[in-house]
Design a binder for this molecule. Structure first.
Ligand SMILES: NC(=O)c1ccc[n+]([C@@H]2O[C@H](COP(=O)([O-])OP(=O)(O)OC[C@H]3O[C@@H](n4cnc5c(N)ncnc54)[C@H](OP(=O)(O)O)[C@@H]3O)[C@@H](O)[C@H]2O)c1
Length: 441
């Protein structure tokens, strides 16, 4: 039997303890795949007093990153501390001291990826990050390696389990956003501070990483337009269902006439299609490649063991040398990657509009007139009898049109005396097709 590979696990929280457990409990199986045993040599935490039920001796755990970075017997470090600092400094320290790094920290990669990958290259080391996007789903390997023969045309993903859990539970239980969020927090499905999940930040950071892998361009995540799910309510869900759709937070990146369009937004997805049937904390990614056609990936995008599954697979890949080869040959997160300007790139789509109008004569004609002036044609329209004195909802499904035309039209509509309150506009994801569909032709 070959010498064991010694690993340091920096961060023994939800993911880190799952990684230690998996490495210990599945040691035989992992040894078979890695060709040699992988042992956890050390763990690093913030608080030594915290009780931990782990198969790792207490004297192997410390609060000092140097216990991993300066230990020459350790060759691979799993960096499983969240946030930007001290995670960034820890990654630099580990790379500077010759460790290959495996991480699940998407915020770190989305913010400092090029800097860290550049350092890794200069040091002859690698960074693997399968767990950073869509948890247990092997989407990084799929795009970076398995689909390497393809020109990727588009990616559509449900990349945040918390927001998907909230939306699908609202839909199933007829409950309000605030009520479901509170229940999800109480059950531990949502963080005490879920802001980055529900406002789309987390999904946007993951989209920036996936888009880089797919298109070879680098777009700072903060440049990607994002809308969260806070405005989604039962009324919108009911109208969507009446039209045959569900609402999901979908991250989209697509080639449009040689440029790239990207955004994260609550979107209408057709009932019966895979994205619409993705429920609870599940993640899903739909990819179109020019040779392979449309592919669909579905699985748990977070949680202790699904995420640990991806981290340990990366550790095995690093141990056998696969990561180093991919890292060297693919130029992942290379500082030379061209930056893509996504501002102003229009992806014509259909839109679902919910306009709160006064129940008075001539309103409908006025609104269809504004839409017409902006070149937007109406595919269908719903207005139910209200019976109350307040505004009524006018729901319009448009034909495909540029998003900027819809935004301008809605600004005019919302400013008119016939409208009381603000309209909601959600993209519809069934009509738009990528420019090149030779695989499906
Ligand atoms: N949880 C998931 O399902 C999931 C899924 C995909 C990706 N991720 C990503 O994985 C990473 C870890 O997430 P997690 O859920 O495991 O977080 P977590 O439960 O909060 O664990 C974080 C760990 O980092 C340690 N830590 C924090 N600051 C430290 C410091 N200054 N020095 C040393 N150790 C420090 C903590 O120590 P103490 O234990 O002493 O507090 C804890 O063990 C994050 O980047 C997250 O985005 C998580």
């Amino acid at each position: 039997m070959s010498e064991p590979v010694r690993v340091g696990v920096v961060g023994l929280g939800t993911v880190g303890s799952g990684v230690v457990r998996l490495l210990v409990e599945s040691a035989d199986h992992i040894t078979r795949h890695a060709g040699r045993p992988i042992v956890v040599e050390r763990g690093v935490v913030r608080d030594l007093e915290k009780p931990r039920d782990l198969p790792l001796a207490a004297d192997r755990i410390s609060t000092d990153i140097h216990d991993v970075s300066r230990d020459e017997s350790i060759s691979v470090a799993a960096l499983l501390v969240g946030g930007l600092e001290p995670a960034r400094s820890m990654a630099i320290d580990l790379l500077e001291h010759g460790k290959d790094v495996v991480t699940a920290n998407k915020a770190l990669l989305a913010e400092h990826g090029p800097e860290l990958f550049d350092l890794a290259r200069r040091k002859g080391r690698s960074i693997a990050f399968e767990a950073a996007v869509a948890g247990g789903i092997p989407i990084v390997a799929a795009i970076g390696e398995c689909l390497a023969a393809n020109r990727i045309e588009s990616i559509r993903g449900i990349l945040n389990g918390t927001s998907n859990f909230i939306l699908s539970t609202m839909e199933e239980e007829g409950a309000d956003y605030a009520e479901v969020l509170a229940a999800a927090q109480a059950a531990g499905y949502a963080e005490a501070d879920p802001a980055m999940d529900v406002d789309g930040t987390d999904a946007t950071q993951k989209l920036a990483i996936l888009a880089h892998l797919a298109f070879g361009v680098w777009v700072p995540w903060a440049d990607i337009p994002r809308t969260g799910i806070e405005q989604i309510n039962q009324e919108l869900m009911t109208y969507a269902a009446e039209l045959g759709y569900r609402i999901r937070l979908v991250a989209v990146a697509a080639r449009v006439d040689g440029r790239f369009a990207m955004r994260v937004s609550p979107s209408l997805v057709k009932i019966g299609t895979p994205l619409a049937e993705t429920r609870g904390a599940y993640n899903a990614v739909s990819i179109v490649g020019d040779a392979v056609g449309r592919m669909f990936f579905h699985g748990l995008g977070a949680g202790q063991m699904p995420t640990a599954s991806a981290v340990v697979a990366d550790i095995i890949d690093t141990v056998v040398g696969r990561t180093a080869i991919t890292f060297r040959t693919t130029g992942v997160l290379d500082t030379d990657s061209p930056a893509a300007q996504i501002a102003g790139v229009e992806m014509p789509e259909r839109f679902f509009l919910r306009i709160p109008v006064r129940d008075q004569p001539g309103v409908l004609a006025g609104i269809s007139g504004v839409l017409g002036r902006h070149g937007i044609s109406i595919a269908s329209l719903i207005q139910h009898e209200s019976g109350t004195a307040g505004p009524v909802s006018l729901v319009i499904m448009t034909h495909a049109c540029p998003p900027s035309a819809v935004q301008q039209a809605l600004a005019d509509i919302d400013a008119s005396a016939a409208v009381e309150g603000r309209s909601v506009c959600l993209p519809v994801l069934d009509d738009w097709q990528p420019a090149s569909r030779k695989a499906e032709a």
